[in-house]
Write a protein that binds this ligand. Structure first.
Ligand code: HEM
Length: 457
């Protein structure tokens, strides 16, 4: 497994350790979390080699290095997820498609996240958030914010994106199966009866069966611009692009969308709640902004219909969400494979090696952010805009042709959640101190973050 250097290239290989046979450094990575990459980066530099999830890998940090990888899609690198991810997401997923097929699929998906489509999802997202916040407040005990945020983002994905009308019981069972799927998307590709990989495959098959049933039973509504859900938009968009999506493609796309939305938004929602608890002055400033634009009156959110433009025009809210995603980027990075040998930071990345570009480490080490560890939303204010010095210093949604398709939807969801929290909720930390954070598979607090919600003032 000690994948070799390109002998025709004079540059040295990146420094680093390949760990044990077969498993490489997977166990170190799993137990050390974010500390794993940070410790190796300090020891070996911004570009180092390691061996994770069954294959040799070059890990890349730093805006300039990441820019070269992301802008080199199709010429220097192409997508290359670990085998478990490829198998579980399936060959028709966006994550696994390359070249023209990827471009064509992205074009079809783009309409799902268009301005018009988002406007039509907005009231439903708001309703799902309000329902969940009401449930959180009606619980006499503190809630586990991370677990409840997972449920919230799953409800959002199933009800709003896919428009499935499933019973509470079916929703619970779907949610459990989905958790099994997510927990094993990044697993060692060992197909044995009790391996995580096998568990993931079983969960995928079960999900696909339920989704096929739901799609077959689902009335399709898309008529002109009056969309009901993202699945309607997807089918209409495919038609406009003269493409017929097969049932298998629909099932894989559906699972990919829920997967992409699920852990990421749950992680970001938890981080948002934790930061609002830690920084009451930020929460107060958000309330002030809501008051000044007439959305908050006498301590109550105005019930009138919120529009996409009004949400996106709230400047301070925008800074808060950006700062949450900078300091607690849910996705730690993305996987690629080198399609030719190239130079990065004075070392060679040999053809055929896997490359993982890092988001969180790039944020954490970027010189453009002053006092990089501080939670300071105003760094994104028009006066300071610390991220203006090149977009690859700040990349919670990745960059280049594979950047996050759901970026606007995720941002809208987080903004609506923040508005509801600032506008109509009272919530307190239920533990003496704030919990530690772990970063595998996404950033989340060790105890899930225990918070007591008291509901509307
Ligand atoms: C890709 C982050 C929410 C759909 C990505 C990538 C990142 C990312 C970093 C690029 C990965 C790479 O370079 O390989 C996030 C974050 C989110 C979020 C931080 C929430 C805070 C969502 C949501 C959806 C979504 C809500 C859709 C419902 C996708 C899709 C891709 C993607 C389909 C693959 C794009 C492609 O391969 O062309 N996301 N995401 N994401 N995201 Fe998101």
């Amino acid at each position: 497994w000690t994948a070799t250097r390109d002998k025709s290239c004079k540059l040295p290989m990146p420094k680093g350790s390949m760990g044990f046979p077969v498993i490489g450094e997977t166990c170190h990575w799993f137990f050390q979390g974010a500390g794993f990459h940070a410790s190796r980066r300090q020891k070996y530099g911004n570009v180092f080699k390691t061996h994770l999830l069954g294959r040799p890998l070059i890990r890349v940090t730093g805006a300039e290095n990441v820019r070269k990888v992301l802008m080199g899609e199709h010429s220097l690198v192409t997508v290359d997820w670990p085998q478990s991810t490829t198998t579980l997401l399936g060959p028709n997923s966006l994550a696994n498609s390359i070249g023209d097929i990827h471009r064509k699929r992205r074009k079809i998906f783009a309409k799902v996240f268009s301005h018009e489509a988002l406007e039509s999802y907005l009231p439903k997202i708001q309703l799902v958030i309000q329902e969940n916040l009401r449930l959180w407040s009606s619980n006499p005990e503190p809630i586990n914010v991370y677990r409840e945020s997972q449920r919230l983002s799953f409800h959002m994905a199933v009800r709003v994106l896919l428009g499935f009308r499933v019973s509470e019981e079916e929703m619970r069972s779907l949610f459990h199966t989905f958790q099994d799927f997510v927990e094993n998307v990044f697993s060692l590709p060992i197909d044995l009866p009790f391996s995580g990989y096998r568990k993931g495959i079983r969960a995928r098959d079960s999900l696909q069966k339920s989704i096929e049933k739901a799609i077959r039973e689902k009335p399709l509504h898309a008529q002109g611009k009056d969309y009901t859900d993202a699945l309607d938009v997807l089918l209409e968009s495919a038609k406009e692009n003269n493409t017929e999506l097969t049932m298998q493609e629909l099932k894989e796309s559906t699972i990919e969308l829920i997967f992409a939305a699920f852990a990421t938004t749950a992680s970001a929602s938890t981080s948002l709640i934790m930061q609002l608890l830690k920084h009451p002055a930020v929460l107060e400033k958000l309330r002030e902004e809501l008051r000044s634009c007439g959305l908050l009156h006498d301590g109550c959110l105005c019930q009138g219909e919120l529009r996409l433009d009004s949400i996106f025009s709230l400047k301070y809210l925008d800074c808060v969400i950006k700062e949450v995603l900078r300091l607690f980027a849910p996705v730690s990075g993305g996987y690629r494979i080198a399609t030719q040998t190239f130079e990065l930071d004075g070392v060679q990345v040999p053809k055929g090696w896997s490359v993982m570009y890092s988001i969180r480490d790039t944020h954490d080490t970027s010189a453009v952010f002053k006092d990089v560890e501080a939670f300071d939303p105003d760094r994104f204010s028009p006066e300071r805009s610390e991220d203006r010095e090149g977009r690859f210093h700040y990349l919670p949604f990745g960059g280049g042709v594979r950047s996050c398709l759901g970026k606007q939807l995720a941002t809208l969801f987080l903004k609506l959640l923040a508005v509801e929290l600032a506008g109509g909720s009272r919530f307190e930390l239920a533990t003496r101190t704030f919990p530690r954070l772990i970063s595998v598979p996404v950033v989340h607090p060790t105890d899930g973050l225990r918070v007591k919600f008291f509901g509307l003032d």
